[in-house]
Design a protein around this ligand. Sequence first.
Ligand SMILES: [Zn+2]
Length: 452
Amino acid sequence: MRESMFTRVKTVQALRPVGAIILLSWLLVVPAGGALAAVEAGGARSGSGTTLIRAGRLLDVETGEITENIGILIEGGRIQAVGASVDAPRGARVIDLEGLTVLPGLIDSHSHICLTPDYQRRNPVLYKTHPYRALEALKGAQRNLMAGFTTLRDLDNEGADMADIAVRDAVREGMFRGPRLVVSGWAITITGGHMNLTGLRPSVDRRLDQLAILADSPEAMVAAIRDQQKSGVDFIKIYATGPTQLINPETFEPLMQLSTAEVRLMVDEAARWGMDVAAHAYGGEGAHNAVNGGVRSIEHGMMLDDETLDLMAKRGTFWVPTMTVYLPGEDTSADEVPLLDRIVERHRKTFVRAMQKGVRIAFGTDVGSIPHGDGWRELERMADYGMPAIDVIRSATLAGAALLRRQDELGRIAPGYLADIIAVAGDPTRDIKAFRNVPFVMVDGKVMKRRR
Ligand SMILES: [Zn+2]
């Protein structure tokens, strides 16, 4: 997430209850019945029986080619066959998508289901209970699903206890519709660093839930990873650089939070449990240490320098840029705008250099900081910054799957792959705006959304 007042509560005013806004939030949680009509109800998570999708056009995200009138045969949540001659066996359910372009479900490699964009005004650890945040998380996850994101890699629940794990498991067990969730629980930071509330009276601070685990010694870092593993996270998130307020305005160098040795220690400990480590890092020495220490991905990275980008390309470290979230928005205070403008321009230049250097770029939005369901904005931003539309789509399918080490079952429409499938009108390789409206979404062979 992009921090602002969230991590720096400075005034008593920020602690004042805002009943009207709480009531409004409740109203917004009520499901919009029409949007979810015509989908499969709860029950088993994987689609049962045999389904044939008749795709008017099918986009092969590897080759970039679109073929017409293709059958996709699905059984037990997995794709069995794909081709022009594939037809429906007797008794199969047929889904007619003849007017649409069918492609793999999108993977958002950086989401925050436990956040809503009002966090800058209403810090959730001050105003919201954990159960309420879990309900919000489910709602947010569903909004992203309806926008075509069938997998979310969720980066830090930010003090919502284990709401991300709860939502992942409830969806997995078929209690609710939702995307495939890969979650990181509580992230790990240092005292006074990114995602640690500062400016509070110490006696107030001590009573609050922390937004991230504070780990200031090698022992504490290892213990934090074991604690997260025991709670059931899928991967570990660490904060390798400090908040935007601590960026040196002259040199643009962010606060370095972790040494290479500390990152390596955490990467090795996580690996013992079969987990990868994602590092939030803006650039400078902190980002370099994270890559050097062996993290799987750098998140945000707007000030990554050539040396670090080269090292990432060499090591195969993924970059999840999340560029839209740094645009000044309605909640941005006037004194923040000049710094954000500089960050946005630096981010764009870093993105162009990363493409040239062949860094593996995985698509990520930071939704939660921007509204859930608005992931299309980042797709368009990457295209605006010069990435060909097919490569933007690859970053949200093939690269996202590779980042999760699940490239053999996610991110493609091919035999053996999980049936996570979406459809859009028009040709998304020619017009990335096609993703503003996603009329069909399937996860695990189950129809999650179908608008005629
Ligand atoms: Zn984030």
